[in-house]
Design a protein around this ligand. Structure first.
Ligand SMILES: *Cc1c(COP(=O)(O)O)cnc(C)c1O
Length: 515
């Protein structure tokens, strides 16, 4: 079959790219994102057949449908590495029926207990493979340095995915004031010869701004290249290599729902996704376009509700919107990067995409035209949930169904219940509750988001607090072993650096010199 090539959403890269090109390159020159120039169509029988395969083989089947430019046997081998023992559930991404016609897709059985693992256990393997393929074909090539600014979940998942991979090093910067105790421990105890972790004095914005400035600094790139033989790359969710693995679990979940009697073969489901950067729900849209019977794609937002408002009005407007902190920090995003891909898919008009992105950068807003708005509304619906409503949902679902949601998934559950129609609903669950133990404790204790923890809980360490939650919710999914043991592991990285660009660059160079 003809391999599928990729074009960029802004029409500025003249070259059609292969899958491995997009993985190594991440973002297109000019700032656009790579999108497939056509989609493979899956027959219903092929989708249903996935239910009899192990998850790794399901992933390989989807990659085969895209005819990625990696040898099919090697794809199978890499998928077995990605979706094997690192996951603590034999099905990898199981579907659980929690209430009549309300199914939950658990995407948090990976090594870091958040859904980022679904992509970041897979993408780094293809990244190393892409470098190896180019070296084998005689191309002179640098190794890569992946720089990550994280508000918590992405950093750990990227570390875990890239640790000890060939041809890649990774440095993660997290806001010293901005991550939970558990999230910090997860990162600073990371093993691997090719990893480094730095705290940055300040909040996530300071951290991200500094890392972006280092990315844009040509003299830093020269030093990395000239002295260390490294090229900069990024592992964030604009990379197509992170999106493709996410299409897999929508096809997989539909097959499992049919096999389990949750939906009649060929009948549609609605999916409801807790959304931040729009990567997860966009993968659901691609799955729908490929033939997975999905009716509505429901976008669930927290109090940073720019996407819910956009879907309601056609105006994406952050010009006078304050960034709010919420119990679902991984959805605290105002500029939702992957939305650009949807705008392209709905219009196939790179000029319009450029105009909207320029307007967003310059005025903090853009308004889509009537036809694009109608096309969007044909597939997407959305709503948002307040901080207190999210915690209340955690408590209510625990009491009514004995199922403990994390606060991100709770946002999706609440929106799904409000918008329920005739179709069975698949609520996408993006984190194990134990990643966000403090807010889950508050939820079960009936406290508001702004309320302090009671003294008895406030005095507990991060892990002890998780065990206190287990006491309040007997029978809930237990604290994963990797989190329970965190306080016993040696802390390998203690450096906290300033948030100027040169301080970030010095930290990286110091590490590379000593390595
Ligand atoms: C990253 C993340 C999200 C948001 O996913 P997007 O693909 O950015 O929309 C939701 N929940 C959790 C727990 C996450 O880590």
């Amino acid at each position: 079959m003809e391999p599928i090539h990729y074009r960029d959403t802004r029409g500025l890269d003249p070259m059609p790219r292969t899958f491995t090109d997009t993985v190594l390159q991440g973002i297109a020159p000019g700032g656009g994102l790579y999108v497939p120039e056509r989609l493979p169509i899956l027959a219903l029988a092929d989708i249903l057949a996935l239910s009899s395969l192990p998850y790794a083989a399901r992933a390989a089947a989807i990659y085969r449908a895209f005819s990625v430019d990696v040898h099919p046997e090697q794809v199978e081998h890499l998928m077995e590495q990605a979706y094997g023992d690192a996951f603590d559930h034999p099905l990898v991404a199981p579907v659980v029926e929690v209430d009549a016609d309300m199914h939950v897709l658990e995407l948090w059985h990976g090594p870091t207990s958040a859904f980022k693992d679904m992509a970041l256990q897979c993408m780094p393997l293809f990244f190393s493979e892409a470098v190896s393929m180019r070296l084998a074909s005689g191309e002179p090539l640098d190794d890569y340095l992946v720089l990550v600014a994280t508000s918590g979940d992405t950093g750990k998942a990227a570390l875990e995915g890239f640790a000890d991979r060939e041809h890649v090093r990774i440095a993660v910067f997290y806001p010293a004031d901005g991550v939970s105790d558990i999230q910090r421990l997860q990162m600073v105890t990371q093993t691997g010869e090719n990893v480094a972790v730095f705290g940055v004095r300040g909040n996530f914005d300071d951290c991200q701004t500094a890392v972006k400035a280092a990315f844009a600094d040509a003299s830093f790139a020269e030093v990395l290249h000239g002295v260390h033989g490294l090229r900069l790359s990024s592992a964030n969710s604009i990379n197509w290599g992170r999106l493709l693995p996410q299409i897999v679990y929508y096809a997989s979940a539909y097959a499992d729902m049919v096999a389990g009697g949750g939906v009649v073969a060929g009948e549609p489901i609605d999916v409801c996704v807790p959304t931040g950067n729009f990567g997860n729900i966009l993968a659901g849209y691609y799955a729908k376009m490929m033939g997975v019977p999905i009716d509505r794609l429901i976008c669930a937002s927290n109090e940073n509700r720019v996407l819910a408002d956009f879907l309601a009005t056609g105006a994406y407007d952050i010009s006078s919107r304050d960034f709010v902190t919420t119990p679902s920090p991984s959805m605290d995003i105002l500029v939702s990067s992957n939305l650009e891909r949807l705008l392209f898919e709905l219009t196939h008009d790179p000029e319009a995409v450029r105009r909207w992105q320029t307007s967003l950068a310059e005025n903090g807003r853009f308004l889509v035209d009537r036809a694009t708005f109608a096309a969007m509304r044909e597939h997407f619906a959305g709503d948002w949930v307040s901080n207190d409503e999210a915690l209340d949902t955690v408590r209510r679902v625990w009491q009514d169904h004995g199922y403990l949601l994390d606060p991100h998934t709770a946002v999706a559950w609440e929106v799904a219940e409000r918008m329920r129609a005739d179709n069975p609903v698949l609520v996408v669950s993006t984190a194990h509750w134990a990643k966000f133990g403090t807010d889950v404790y508050k939820a079960l204790a009936g406290l508001d988001y702004d309320a302090p923890l009671p003294a008895s809980a406030a005095s507990l360490s991060g892990v002890a607090l998780l065990h206190a939650v287990e006491g309040l919710a007997p029978g809930a999914a237990p604290v994963p072993g990797s989190l329970a043991e965190l306080e016993e592991l040696p802390e390998r990285f203690s450096a906290v650096v300033g948030s100027r660009r040169d301080e970030i660059e010095d930290a990286v160079e110091g590490w590379l010199r000593d390595a």
